[in-house]
Design a protein around this ligand. Structure first.
Ligand SMILES: Cc1cc2nc3c(=O)[nH]c(=O)nc-3n(C[C@H](O)[C@H](O)[C@H](O)COP(=O)(O)O)c2cc1C
Length: 221
C-alpha cells in the first residue's frame, strides 16, 4: 500500500469486531512509528496499550467515575473547547454529519448523550491506546505526538486495522493511570481505539469533508 492510498483510505472507525489484533502486529506498528521525527529528536511520545481483561476493567472503572457524577478532568485543555468562528462551524458540521449518519435529530439530547458515551466503551474496539507526553511539555511538543499518532494510524491502515483517535479518552485519566502503564510524570493527550472494522455498522458510514487546498495552504513566490 502506498502512503497516498493509506491517507486517502483511512477514516475514523467507531464500530469494531471483537477479535483482537495479534500482539505482533501491534508491536510491529509501534516499532515502525517510533521512527517518526520530533523536535530535537526528543521523542516525547508514549502509547499505553490496554487489551483483554484490562480493557474491560478500564471501561468499567471509567463508567464508575462517569456514573458517580465526576466531570471530565483532562490534563490538557481539550481540542474541542472554546472554539470560535469557522472552527466552531466545522465542529458543528462534524457533529451533525455524525448524528445525521446515525439518524439522530439535532435536538435529541438523549440520543446524542448515548452516542457520546460510546467513546468510553472504546466504540467496542478490543484495544485502547493512551498517548501521553511529559506533563511539563508545551503545545509545540504535541506536534510530535500528532506525527506519531498519524504514523500509527497509517501503519495500521496498511495492515487492515482501523482506528478512532479520541480526545475524549483524555477526560478521565484517573482509572487509566491505575490500570494502564502510563509513565510517571506523563499526561494523556488523547486515546486511540483500534481493531478490525465491523463493516456494515451504520456508525462507520460517516465520512467527513475537508477544506479545499486554497484554504489550507498559500503560495508566495
Ligand atoms: C486529536 C483527535 C481527537 C479526536 N477525538 C475524537 C473523539 O473524542 N471522539 C470521536 O468520536 N472522534 C474523535 N476524533 C475523530 C475526528 O472526529 C475525525 O478524525 C474527524 O472528524 C475527521 O474524520 P475522519 O477521521 O473519519 O477522516 C478525533 C480526532 C483527532 C485527530
Amino acid at each position: 500500500m502506498h502512503v497516498t492510498e493509506a491517507i486517502k483510505g483511512r477514516y475514523s472507525v467507531r464500530g469494531f469486531k471483537p477479535e483482537p489484533v495479534p500482539e505482533d502486529t501491534i508491536r510491529e506498528v509501534i516499532e515502525i512509528a517510533r521512527l517518526a521525527p520530533s523536535n530535537s529528536n526528543t521523542q516525547p511520545w508514549h502509547l499505553a496499550v490496554v487489551s483483554g481483561k484490562a480493557r474491560r476493567k478500564l471501561q468499567d472503572a471509567i463508567f464508575e467515575e462517569i456514573n458517580s457524577g465526576t466531570k471530565p478532568y483532562p490534563a490538557f485543555p481539550p481540542g474541542g473547547a472554546g472554539l470560535k468562528g469557522v472552527y466552531k462551524e466545522r465542529q458543528y458540521a462534524c457533529a451533525y454529519s455524525y448524528y445525521g449518519t446515525m439518524g439522530i435529530e439535532r435536538d435529541d439530547k438523549k440520543a446524542r448523550a448515548e452516542l457520546l458515551m460510546k467513546n468510553w466503551e472504546f466504540f467496542g474496539a478490543p484495544h485502547a491506546g493512551f498517548l501521553s507526553m511529559p506533563e511539563t511539555m508545551n503545545r509545540a511538543n504535541a506536534i510530535d505526538l500528532g506525527i506519531f499518532l498519524q504514523s500509527i494510524m497509517l501503519l495500521f491502515a496498511e495492515r487492515g486495522v482501523s482506528c478512532c483517535p479520541q480526545g475524549a479518552l483524555a477526560s478521565y485519566p484517573g482509572p487509566v493511570r491505575k490500570i494502564a502503564s502510563v509513565p510517571e510524570g506523563n499526561a494523556i493527550l488523547c486515546g486511540l481505539s483500534f481493531g478490525y472494522e465491523d463493516v456494515g455498522a451504520q456508525i462507520n458510514d460517516v465520512r467527513m469533508v475537508r477544506e479545499p487546498l486554497e484554504t489550507v495552504a498559500s503560495f508566495t513566490s
